[in-house]
Design a binder for this molecule. Structure first.
Ligand SMILES: [Zn+2]
Length: 373
């Protein structure tokens, strides 16, 4: 296991690219921000909005939102700065919502005076598909994450709304590509290729149940000619800036509700409880999870030093929050033992070894920290 010299991100992240100086592509992409003419990008965004703006009062764009801080910033830019009339679309899941998550979801429509559609899969289907994805891939919300792209896109197109605005181009920001573009339609259409239909049919899922996340048809695409854009191309995307903007509009974090284990902040991914299990399951497979993601981003943004980040990663990245686990197994229907038996088979034997019954990284980021504690 190798770690980026600048931000500490490991090379076990799927699709990660390191250069000859052992610096990851996410760091290189971040450095490039300084050379970007953001005023010009803002002008490009205005022109795109003008192209799709309607003056008959109908929705001129759709914004897929969760209700989180990024959603607040996104709606702020589109509605307040660009003066558009967006329809908000949320693809929900059946995990239990936090109080903050419920408040923020409601706040989003209210603070910005927007109409808002909530789309939820059948809970019975949700449970079955999450079980398959947990047991087969160690990735509980694999299917749901694909739906986060395809469902709002398909709905917008079926409603005849051609402009669809997403926040972050994750592939670029997390450094699995250096191709910088605002256009994300292909990303969405390709996302569905990860679904192995034949396999799911064999596992007892019906074709009808997959319908919601099947991408739009060619005929629908030809008719509406959708444009799907990532906002992170047009404005320097930062979770801390997004948080500051969101707070002004009434966004609340988890400070007074839940101190999460295995997390170093209280404002990212706070909508539901069990979702943390999905994030944590990267740990046995790749040797890192959310703390590494967040800490390395903070290092890139100059908000943490590499050594501070390393300490946080070593101290917290392996921890799975107990409340999150309780919610996940309750909703999905596992016992605690069943869950840990599933996890057991995903520990990556190349990077982990079992010491006194506990899986430990063979090459941790910061060897001395164990002794420091
Ligand atoms: Zn890096």
């Amino acid at each position: 296991m190798r770690y980026c010299n600048k931000c500490g991100m490991p090379d076990t992240r799927p699709g990660s690219v390191f250069d000859e100086e052992s610096v990851c592509l996410a760091c290189r992409n971040y450095e490039r921000r300084a050379t970007i003419d953001w005023d010009k990008r803002n002008e490009e965004l205005k022109q795109l909005c003008n192209k799709y703006r309607k003056d008959d009062g109908s929705y001129d764009c759709a914004i897929p939102v969760s209700g989180g801080k990024d959603s607040h910033r996104l709606v702020h830019i589109i509605k307040e700065e660009m003066n558009m009339n967006p329809l908000l679309i949320t693809f929900g899941d059946a995990l239990t919502k936090t109080e903050a998550g419920k408040k923020n979801y409601r706040n989003l429509g209210e603070a910005f005076n927007c109409d808002h559609i909530l789309f939820e899969l059948s809970i019975d289907f949700f449970r079955r598909i999450v079980r398959i994805d947990t047991e087969e891939y160690g990735e509980p919300l694999r299917f749901i994450e694909i739906g986060l792209y395809t469902v709002p896109t398909k709905l917008s197109i079926q409603l005849g709304i051609p402009l669809i605005v997403y926040g972050e181009n994750a592939a670029y920001e997390y450094g699995t590509t250096d191709k910088e573009t605002y256009s994300g339609l292909n990303t969405v259409l390709n996302a569905y290729k990860k679904v192995n239909e034949d396999f799911l049919l064999k596992k007892g899922i019906s074709k009808k149940e997959l319908n919601a996340i099947v991408p739009p048809t060619q005929e629908e695409l030809d008719r509406v000619k959708p444009e799907l854009i990532f906002m992170s191309y047009f404005v320097p995307w930062s979770s801390v800036t997004n948080l500051n903007v969101a707070r002004k509009y009434g966004f609340v974090d988890l400070t007074h509700e839940w101190q999460r284990e295995g997390c170093i902040e209280h404002f990212e991914q706070i909508d539901s409880m069990g979702y943390l299990v999905h994030l944590w399951m990267k740990y046995p497979k790749f040797g890192f999870q959310r703390v590494s993601d967040i800490a390395s981003r903070r290092v890139r943004e100059g908000r943490l030093s590499l050594s501070q980040a390393k300490k946080l990663i070593m101290k917290y990245d392996h921890k799975l929050d107990q409340l999150a686990l309780k919610d996940f197994i309750n909703v999905i229907g596992y016992t605690t033992k069943e869950f840990w038996d599933i996890v057991e088979k995903f520990w990556n034997r190349e990077i982990f070894e079992k010491v006194d019954g506990v899986w430990k990284l063979k090459d941790p980021l910061y060897k001395d920290s164990m002794e420091d504690e």
